[in-house]
Design a protein around this ligand. Structure first.
Ligand code: HEC
Ligand code: HEC
Length: 271
């Protein structure tokens, strides 16, 4: 009799201890993980959590999604648009379970760590919204025009197609990334914009971005924004020496650079 009483007390104390550890959210206490419902909002989204999420992202995700989330083997996570949904529980599900039928496997970290990564991924999708550039965006717009950026980039309806569209660049990218894009464009080039140099047997060279390649031909968007299909029979060599078509604007003075970044930072697209 006595012994049974003590066992009951012991179990009761244990259970009480478990509750005390997770007062706000018993679903996360781990009693029955597979059946636990996914909370509607991220329970681990303090600045410290997000910072830890960032470190986990670099280890487990960046080799597919890029260190800025810009994509590569994995999807671009900077646009704030998600095929599988962008609400907290949906992002949690994509990351916790992986994406069936794709390269992305379930990640081997704890549930709590997955939430921290969710916080970081959300931030990737809205980098620019958190930062305000100090420069003069009106002056920056003139720098943009003067430097001929529009020959390769489209904003709204105007501009070329050799580089990524910049209509929403101020939402997608933080200031550090913008600066690097301009002074060191080789640093982080999205696969879709990787430059190619095609040396022809005739001695000519066609530079551009590679669109497609098969056994018979290679398709390139050349530096004048023309689509060209080149027969492999005419090709001497295909090279990828210079990863970005974008020139490095190292000669821009600090004022112009600051202003053009302020201009880009002001481009948030249609909200
Ligand atoms: C082996 C490569 C690989 C790794 C590692 C990887 N992913 Fe992915 N990820 C992908 C691919 C490929 C897709 C696109 C799948 C599809 O849409 O079919 C994807 C899709 C996603 C999506 C959904 C995007 C959308 O549009 O809905 C999210 C979110 C995501 N990954 C986050 C992560 C996070 C966070 C990590 C690290 C914990 C990670 N991924 C690790 C390759 C990877
Ligand atoms: C000859 C074509 C060309 C010119 C001119 C050019 N760019 Fe680019 N730009 C590119 C290409 C290609 C990329 C993508 C590859 C890369 O990131 O380097 C790019 C990338 C960028 C990015 C990153 C976009 C993203 O989605 O991550 C920014 C920002 C940018 N350019 C701004 C500028 C500004 C500002 C100027 C003018 C001072 C300029 N570019 C001039 C071709 C060009």
């Amino acid at each position: 009799m006595h012994r049974l009483f003590w066992i009951v007390c012991f179990v009761a104390a244990l259970t009480a201890g478990m509750d005390a550890q997770a007062p706000q959210n018993p679903a996360l206490a781990g009693a029955a993980p597979p059946a636990a419902p996914i909370p509607d909002t991220n329970p681990f989204s303090s600045p410290a959590d997000i910072e830890q999420g960032g470190a986990l992202f670099q280890t487990h995700c960046s080799y597919c999604h890029g260190s800025f989330g810009e994509g590569g083997r994995g999807a671009d996570l900077t646009a704030g648009v998600y095929k599988r949904g962008g609400r907290d529980p949906q992002l949690y599900a994509s990351i916790r379970n992986g994406i069936p039928g794709s390269e992305m496997a379930p990640v081997r970290i704890t549930d709590e760590e997955v939430w921290k990564v969710v916080g970081f991924v959300k931030r990737l999708g809205s980098q620019g919204l958190l930062e305000k550039a100090p420069g003069d965006s009106t002056a920056g717009r003139l720098v943009y025009q003067k430097m001929g950026c529009a020959s390769c980039h489209r904003i709204e309806k105007d501009g070329g197609n050799l580089g990524p569209e910049l209509t929403e660049i101020g939402r997608r990218r933080g200031l550090k990334f913008l600066t690097e894009s301009i002074v060191k464009p080789e640093a982080d080039v999205e696969i879709a914009y990787r430059a190619v140099q095609v040396l022809l047997k005739s001695g000519q060279t066609v530079s551009g971005i590679r669109l497609n390649r098969d056994d018979l031909s290679i398709q390139v968007r050349d530096a004048r924004d023309n689509l060209r299909s080149i027969l492999m029979d005419n090709v001497q060599e295909i090279r990828y020496d210079k990863p970005s078509l974008m020139p490095a604007y190292t000669a821009l003075n600090q004022k112009d650079l600051g202003d053009v970044i302020a201009y880009l930072n002001s481009l948030k697209g249609a909200q």
